[in-house]
Design a protein around this ligand. Structure first.
Ligand SMILES: NC(=O)c1ccc[n+]([C@@H]2O[C@H](COP(=O)([O-])OP(=O)(O)OC[C@H]3O[C@@H](n4cnc5c(N)ncnc54)[C@H](O)[C@@H]3O)[C@@H](O)[C@H]2O)c1
Length: 297
């Protein structure tokens, strides 16, 4: 199938391009940042906020499916208003273009930050956090992702020919980061695992970029499995910690203490059950397998 991927030069995008190409799709990447794409993938350098450039990219790619990753991917990386404008503007423009150009599915990247953790008073109603749990974003990045999820729901009401959805990838770990490259936070994965204070900021969530890419592929390959207009957590089965995180959560996020016992069997703070049971996703790359070359422990 012809697939247009926005943000294909990025951390997650590179794995999405490779995964889709390996699965036999005809892939076009669109990104403001030029990068050498994997073999067989076409690359267009363009700003998707520019209407003319966007229209040209969609016309050239003629996508049957769209994977929308482009945007500002880190909280506080830019002034708040810019983060809101770029992320929400891109999502509306790209997903609308997908519908207008006849794609039969389109999926956008959201984020677990929509849940709103990391405030002194954030209190979950229950743990693990699933897609039915209320969202309460408090920073511009998290709010932009809630609006992206709202954009998916809104546009889903306008079409029954293009199945729309959003995925919430956990802390994305690219292959080179497992191998020792520093992450977007400036530390290595081994350091993140060794110091709970580092992973606590994301409630110990993570996902291997290739596993996440496989979920994006499943969503566009099986639109009949997808809940039109809905969202799926895309996180690993286990937390990014050497053992259960019930005590760590109670200590580092005290407001979660009433519910942290639910994590005592080693499960992650976020549930991926919906993606597993409804989409058939099976994340297979855990920190235990990926860091097994002796860099940890
Ligand atoms: N990395 C994570 O841990 C993580 C977690 C949850 C959600 N996400 C989301 O997944 C998506 C991809 O994340 P990532 O880590 O690969 O980010 P990234 O910053 O590595 O890649 C984003 C890409 O989007 C491109 N881009 C930005 N604005 C653009 C525009 N106007 N037109 C075209 N391209 C543009 C950038 O050049 C960049 O290559 C983002 O939407 C991010 O918010 C990432």
């Amino acid at each position: 199938m012809r697939v247009l991927v926005t943000g294909g030069s990025g951390r997650l995008g590179r794995s999405v391009l490779s995964t889709l190409a390996e699965r036999g799709h005809q892939v076009t990447s669109v990104d403001t940042t030029p990068a050498t794409p994997p073999d067989g993938v076409a690359a267009i350098t363009a700003d998707l906020l520019d209407a003319t450039a966007r229209e040209d990219a969609f016309t050239r790619a003629a996508p049957e499916a769209v994977v929308h990753l482009a945007g500002i991917a880190v909280p506080f990386a830019h002034p708040d208003v810019r983060t809101l404008q770029v992320n929400t503007g891109l999502a509306w423009a790209v997903l609308s273009a997908a519908i207008e150009h006849g794609a039969h599915s389109a999926v956008a990247a959201s984020s677990p930050t929509v849940y709103g953790y990391n405030t002194p008073t954030w209190t979950p109603r229950y743990l693990p956090l699933d897609e039915d749990h209320p969202v309460q974003p408090w920073h511009a990045y998290g709010l932009s992702k809630e609006i992206i999820e709202g954009t998916v729901r809104s546009l889903a009401r306008t079409t029954d020919t293009c199945v729309l959805s959003a995925l919430r990838p956990g802390y994305v770990v690219a292959p080179e980061e497992w191998a020792g490259a520093t992450t977007q936070q400036g530390h290595t994965m081994a350091q993140r695992l060794a110091d709970p204070a580092l992973a606590a900021g994301s409630l110990f969530n993570y996902v291997d970029a290739r596993d996440a890419a496989e979920l994006f592929a499943l969503v566009i390959e099986h639109p009949e499995r997808v809940r039109h207009g809905q969202v799926y957590n895309a996180v690993a089965d286990d937390p990014l910690a050497p053992g259960p995180v019930d005590e760590l959560m109670a200590r580092l996020h005290p407001t979660t203490a009433p519910h942290s016992a639910a994590l005592s069997d080693g499960r992650a703070v976020f549930s991926n059950r919906r993606a597993r049971t409804e989409l058939g996703w099976e994340p297979t790359r855990t920190w235990r397998t990926q860091l097994s070359q002796g860099r940890v422990g």
